[in-house]
Design a protein around this ligand. Structure first.
Ligand code: ZN
Length: 437
């Protein structure tokens, strides 16, 4: 006898209209929908359909690309398919499954790799991470692909899980373009667990940074981490976890636009790369960051230096700098004109020595900017000498002249034949902020 509706009959899939890969809510597995439907009975799918449509379903199936919930639909010819519950949300998340013909074979392969978490590059990257973590006794023994269970939040299988002085840290290898939704979902998961997820790359993004690389990079204060054989060996030799780091640090550069002879500073970014010890990183589970510097703080310092150069060059009103200083040191009372201008001279002198270019003036020689502090702002001269020392900037490498004598006099406590006035006390905190160690 043939049933009009046979719940035990294997289900069929439609050929298109599909969200091709979905994530199963309980196992966390990635399902390829066209292969998965035939493993299900008609009755099972029809039992599942209503629960997926419930608003706020506790355990929704989600689209593997964009991470938004999917629902089950059935074509008039009998085939099943997954569709986004909210097409607008999927579109906003740039889901790859919206345009049915847009997936190349390469895209599909990449999805499969991510779904099954395999591939030689992924395995190699994971092994480098494991060696780096194992080399440092401050980490607990690394656990590779061990299931991380939670009471109420399901489970994940991090590439390498460990803890740093008891603080849980998880490393995930980022070898291809993991979908943004996956990155966001994993980041949220570990944040809720009070753990820090750090993405580790096996190579620098090429000149065409994928959106995702840029996302991870910017979320982590313009810093990302890589591993390779040399890096793993360095860690093992030093008994200390070492990663390769790539950074874009906010920095000032000489503004090429100033054509009137005054040299001002402008904001830019400089590329930095090299090995970094894990112990040097500031870790933050709630922000999900592991960083060598805070990009917003760096940006703030850059803007302040730019302003100092513009005030010194009379391109910006001195009151603007006065307000900026008071904002930084959180001072209510106003600051006198002479103090503000001395501060601008000091910053310009330090920057002139760093870049060995005259900053904020029309002088042709950078040492003239340093001498200006000596001659016109004696209470700032001690700050100049000390800060250059602290930054390991030595103007005598470039210039003899009167400068070495002035520094020698300073160390002997002499100034212009008399004694040196006390350094301006109000600038100490500001200097420590502008030029941190
Ligand atoms: Zn989607």
């Amino acid at each position: 006898m043939t049933l009009a509706f046979d719940p035990n009959r294997p289900a069929t899939a439609t050929n298109d209209l599909q969200v091709e890969y979905v994530r199963h809510p309980i196992s966390g597995k990635v399902l390829e929908s066209r292969r998965w439907f035939p493993t299900q009975a008609e009755g099972q799918l029809h039992a599942l359909r209503p629960s997926l449509r419930q608003s706020g379903a506790a355990q929704p199936f989600t689209c593997f690309s964009c991470g938004h919930p999917v629902i089950l639909k059935k074509h008039a010819h009998g085939g099943h398919y997954f569709a986004h519950k909210d097409k607008t949300a999927a579109r906003q998340a740039n889901c790859v499954f919206l345009e049915k013909s847009s997936l190349s074979l390469e895209d599909i392969d990449r999805l499969r790799y991510q779904g099954q978490r395999e591939g030689p590059r992924h395995r190699q990257t994971k092994e480098w991470i494991r060696r780096i973590v194992a080399a440092d006794a401050r980490f607990s023994k690394p656990e590779v692909e061990t299931i991380w269970r939670t009471f109420d939040d399901g489970w994940r299988k991090p590439d390498v899980a460990t803890s740093w002085h008891g603080f849980p840290v998880v490393f995930e290898a980022q070898v291809s373009n993991t979908y943004p939704a996956i990155v966001a979902e994993r980041t949220d998961f570990y944040r809720r667990q009070g753990a820090l997820l750090i993405w580790i790359f096996d190579q620098l993004p090429d000149q065409h940074w994928r959106t995702l690389h840029a996302d991870i990079f910017c979320a982590n204060h313009q810093q990302l981490f890589l591993v390779d054989e040399a890096c793993a060996c360095a860690a093992e030799e030093n008994g200390s976890a070492i990663f390769r780091s790539y950074r874009l640090r906010p920095e000032v550069v000489v503004d090429p636009a100033s054509g009137d002879g005054y040299t001002c500073l402008t904001a830019a970014h400089v590329e930095e790369q090299g090995l970094v010890e894990f112990s040097q990183l500031q870790l933050d589970a709630s922000a999900q960051t592991a960083k060598q510097f805070d990009v917003n703080d760096e940006q703030r310092r850059v803007m302040h230096k730019v302003l100092c150069s513009r005030v010194q060059a009379s391109k910006t009103n001195w009151q603007e700098l006065e307000v900026d200083i008071r904002n930084i040191i959180q001072r209510k009372a106003s600051i006198p004109y002479a103090t503000v201008m001395s501060w601008a001279s000091l910053v310009c002198a330090i920057e002139s020595a760093r870049f060995w270019q005259p900053i904020g003036t029309r002088y042709s020689n950078p040492v003239s900017v340093l001498n200006l502090v000596h001659d016109s702002s004696p209470t700032f001269f001690a700050h100049l000498v000390h800060t250059l020392q602290r930054l390991h900037v030595d103007p005598t490498e470039h210039h003899g002249g009167a400068w070495p004598k002035r520094v020698a006099d300073f160390h002997a406590g002499r100034y212009k034949g008399g004694s040196l006035p006390e350094p301006h006390e109000g600038s100490i905190a500001l200097l420590a902020w502008l030029y941190p160690n």
